[in-house]
Design a binder for this molecule. Structure first.
Ligand SMILES: *[C@@H]1O[C@H](CO)[C@@H](O)[C@H](O)[C@H]1NC(C)=O
Length: 326
């Protein structure tokens, strides 16, 4: 190679490295094949029950599998799987009200996940979440909060990603939700993550009154996208479950393109986690508990002394289906 050619080649290489790729990613269709189905009476057999101390400081006592079954806090039949908060103990004392947190035994790096949900939990003091994380390697392997809400849940679903530094969501996005924070780095903004709000139909009473629906999550190198479909507007390829094709669904509720985030390096080995925390860092905040939801007194006092408040604090899943690109 002549020295001039070599110099030009070096400059071109240097400039392509120095300029970060800013283009919106290519979400060309992938071919998905069904890998795992969580449903029916064996739904809970694919999950571990987390029964340690709540790492997020909730007024909650997570029970193990045997206790959850005997207290009927988890319950599954051929077409439903329910996770609930203890709604009968008059005053559970300092250890907190009993609830459940389950974590899938399988972990995933990518794929298409269809969460068919008939009911989302609501009630003052509740902090429910459906999320994916590698909790033993957090935040290195990332966290995807597919559904997160608090208290009465009227504000809608807050979707967010949480990562190490170097993952942010500036630039073009194609989604219908409202972006409320851009940096996914847990060290920024008090670990707010990069978050997108859905409207009031995406969670709680409104979502439940429509019979719930399907949350679809796609994790791929190009980006992470989340759609929500109410039961009366379900795409046919989701309803029949054969070969779902996200590129036929229109704009998602939340689009987290890989433009300024290396998705593959920030998100891996993720377990599916479903829980209902009580009070804690998110639900007990005055801005959430008192101002947004109008809940009375102090969160822990209210949760301790109002068991009947938890009659609607339950998740009801019809199924979870996991597809992987072939
Ligand atoms: C457990 O909960 C389910 C769902 O709410 C209910 O249908 C069932 O009767 C309960 N079982 C017992 C033993 O209470």
């Amino acid at each position: 190679m002549g020295s001039m050619t070599a110099l030009v080649a070096t400059l071109m290489l240097w400039s392509s490295m120095a300029l970060p790729a800013q283009a919106y990613p290519n979400y060309a269709p992938l071919q998905y094949r069904l890998r795992d189905v969580y449903d029916g009476p064996s739904f809970f057999n694919h999950f571990n029950y987390y029964s340690g101390k709540d790492p997020t400081d909730g007024y909650v006592s997570y029970v193990n599998k045997l206790s959850a079954q005997s207290l009927n806090l988890t319950y599954a039949t051929s077409n439903t799987a329910i996770l609930r908060v203890d709604a009968s103990t008059p005053n559970p004392g300092p250890k907190g009200r009993q609830s459940v947190r389950i974590e899938s035994q399988r972990a995933y790096d990518s794929g298409l996940f269809l969460f068919d949900i008939a009911h989302t939990p609501t009630g003052c003091g509740t902090w429910p979440a459906l999320w994916m994380s590698d909790t033993l390697n957090w935040p290195r392997n990332g966290e995807i909060d597919i559904i997160e809400s608090h208290n009465t849940g009227v504000q809608g679903n807050e979707i967010s990603l949480h990562t190490l530094g170097g993952c942010s969501m500036g630039g073009e996005r194609r989604h219908t939700g409202s972006a409320v924070s851009m940096d996914c780095d847990i060290a920024v903004g008090g670990n707010a993550g990069c978050a997108v709000m859905g409207d009031s139909s995406t969670y709680g009473a409104d979502f439940n009154a429509r019979g719930g629906g399907v949350y679809a999550l796609e994790i791929r190198d190009a980006g992470i996208r989340i759609w929500v479909f109410h039961r009366d507007s379900m795409p046919l390829d989701i309803a029949n479950g054969q070969s779902p094709n996200p590129s036929s669904w229109g704009a998602p509720l939340a689009d987290f393109p890989g433009t300024n985030c290396n998705i593959k390096s920030h998100f891996r080995n993720l377990n599916i986690i479903v829980n209902i925390d009580l009070c804690g860092e998110y639900a007990a905040m005055a801005s959430h508990y008192t101002q947004m939801s109008g809940c009375p007194g102090s969160c822990a006092d209210f949760v301790a002394t109002n068991p009947g408040n938890f009659n609607y604090a339950y998740w009801e899943f019809r199924s979870i289906r996991v597809y992987q690109a072939v």
